[in-house]
Write a new protein. Sequence first.
Length: 249
Amino acid sequence: MTDTESDLLARIRVLGAVPMHIAIIMDGNGRWARERHMPRPFGHRSGMKAVRAVVEGCLAAGVEWLSLFAFSQENWQRPPHEVSALMSLLEEFIASEASDLARQGVQVHVHGDLDRLSPAAASAVARVREETAGGTRLGLNLFISYGGRAELVRAARLLAEDVQRGLLTPDAIDEQTFRHRLYTASCPDPDLLIRTSGEQRLSNFLLWQVAYAELYISSVLWPDFDRAALYEAICDFQRRDRRFGKVST
């Protein structure tokens, strides 16, 4: 850990409450590669070190949940060679990191339309879920082949099926009932949503869950996002006045 990272972590501990759940839209891999006159897959590969840095940073800061937007449903429309490279990177990341994640107490959850994954990628997902099942220090949500609107449609369909089977009445459907049909039913909603590369949009990520999340836009491209960048975002969060629609106290 660098001196800057140590200083920021000390500041976090002085300032007080750490976000329980941080969600990150990891953006900028392509631009990072283009600036170096390299192909886009090079940027995606370089982004793997940022994932490692953020996971370790969350563990050190005491964050309980981390959600990473790794691959959207819209990403399937990218050139086949880039999609193939991304799937290969997923397999490589799991092969290289699963044991270490388990050792550090990280439990990995993978969410999205996983039926679209290749057999090799699906096997890797099953492996990391199984290998990290006992983790209690940090819950790591990886969103792959995911779209926020598709998740809401899926939840509505599950509720409709329960009504059709007589397990639920329409009058019994409320926010809590709906929430239990989301992928993230087992964890709290994000307190802090970080987007890297300076873009200022949600990109169809966790549309229900980020209703009251604090937004933090970082100009840093994802491969360069390190512990210090994460800690700066947490320090900024700690200075926010979270009112949830109420007035300040």
